[in-house]
Design a protein around this ligand. Structure first.
Ligand SMILES: [Zn+2]
Length: 165
């Protein structure tokens, strides 16, 4: 994706208040992120671990989603969960259930969309092998990196559609 400025990020969010977008903590390694290797920018708020953010290009402009990380409901250290974006299976909390408030009227009525996502939202780096997961192990390692990137983009679009649809 194209590099984003802090202003791009703070003005991209579609499902949270302006106050929240002003307060959110940027990724620790911003702005030295590996932009060309990112299908989307995802991170946990350094100052509020239960909050996570995802910014993707959609229709040529950055679209951001604010997410809530569900902890408490953990199903034990050895249980396996699969990330719905990169389809990597992980144990030990490497994948977390995150919910996004829907936009518009459904969101005002409290509707959310829940997805299992890599807890650190580093899916683009896992898919490219530039970051190794501790627990490792994808489902279909026979896919090429290019095929995995196509799949991540399709899954990402479907997620954005569910939140904004
Ligand atoms: Zn993932």
């Amino acid at each position: 994706m194209r590099p984003l400025t802090e202003r791009d990020i703070r003005t991209s969010f579609v499902n949270c208040s302006k106050g929240e977008t002003q307060r959110l903590g940027l990724p620790k390694d911003f702005p030295d992120l590996p932009w060309p290797d990112l299908d989307f920018l995802g991170w946990r708020d350094p100052g509020a671990p239960e909050r996570a953010y995802l910014v993707a290009e959609r229709g040529g402009r950055p679209t951001g989603l604010a997410l809530r990380v569900t902890t408490g409901a953990s199903r034990g250290f050895t249980s396996r969960s699969m990330c719905s974006l990169c389809l990597t299976t992980r144990t030990g909390g490497g994948v977390a259930l995150m919910t996004a408030r829907r936009t518009g009227e459904p969101g005002r009525q409290g509707n959310t969309v829940g997805q299992y996502l890599c807890a650190d939202l580093s899916c683009p780096l896992y898919v490219r092998g530039t970051k190794q997961s501790v627990a490792g192990g994808g489902l279909d390692e026979s896919l090429t990196t290019e095929e995995k990137i196509v799949r991540i983009e399709a899954n990402l679009r479907a997620f954005l559609d569910k939140v904004t649809g």
